[in-house]
Design a protein around this ligand. Structure first.
Ligand SMILES: CC(C)(COP(=O)(O)OP(=O)(O)OC[C@H]1O[C@@H](n2cnc3c(N)ncnc32)[C@H](O)[C@@H]1OP(=O)(O)O)[C@@H](O)C(=O)NCCC(=O)NCCS
Length: 184
């Protein structure tokens, strides 16, 4: 399997349909924590729905419209990062992320998103990378800030999650704001 090191024990790799069983097991371990602010665990409840989610991203990847990557720690799938939206023609994309609780608090998602954003802005020539999160999702908003994104807007009460209407914050970084790699 092709993968990129995030830390001595952690790797980033393309998450594909054939990972459905371990994806479901990971989602079961993190269901409560991950589902506090996002719907992903509600879409992945059994093997068929796990396959359907992974298959949808395989199709997005084939159309250059989105991508999905897993994060392993000591070989175990503990989370992921994704291009939820990728529009090469407009230069706009959106990244997202999740972790099961045991893997949080180590900077893994920050490191993984840096790799995605770097690829989008430098290799693919994208112009803008967006981040959307509930105003109540302080951990996610802190990650957006850590990535050097700027808070741009609040969509008031646009997001109905588990019966409660939430505000969504939009953060973004532009290609002109993304730092050069160290040593250049
Ligand atoms: C959002 C989420 C992925 C953030 O996880 P995270 O581990 O806090 O994210 P990061 O990778 O940015 O790590 C930052 C944490 O690691 C710590 N850290 C340790 N080493 C670090 C390093 N080298 N670099 C950056 N942070 C580091 C930071 O201090 C911070 O911990 P703190 O919040 O206790 O201060 C996680 O809370 C989650 O999965 N939530 C549920 C799903 C979700 O809401 N997803 C977001 C949808 S918008």
């Amino acid at each position: 399997m092709f993968s990129i090191d995030l830390a001595a024990d952690a790797r980033l790799f393309p998450l594909e349909i054939w990972h459905a069983e371990e994806f479901l097991a990971h989602m079961d371990r993190g269901r409560e924590y991950i589902g506090e602010h996002i719907q992903l665990p509600d879409f992945v409840t059994d093997l068929d729905s796990a396959r359907a989610f992974l298959s949808a991203y395989a199709q997005k990847t084939a159309a250059d419209g989105g991508r999905l990557y897993g994060i392993r720690v000591d070989g175990k799938l503990v989370g992921g990062v994704l291009f939820r939206i990728f529009e090469a023609e407009t230069g706009n994309c959106e990244v997202g992320c999740w972790l099961e609780p045991a893997a949080a608090g180590r900077g893994l998602v920050t490191a993984a998103c840096r790799i995605l954003i770097d690829w989008a802005l430098r290799e693919r020539g994208m112009h803008r990378v967006e981040w959307r999160a509930s105003s109540a999702n302080h951990k996610s908003l802190a990650t957006a800030g850590r990535l050097g994104m700027k808070r741009e807007a609040v969509l008031r009460e646009n997001y109905l999650h588990r019966g409660v209407r939430q505000d969504t914050e939009i953060w973004a970084v532009l290609a002109s704001e993304w730092p050069e790699p160290a040593g250049r």
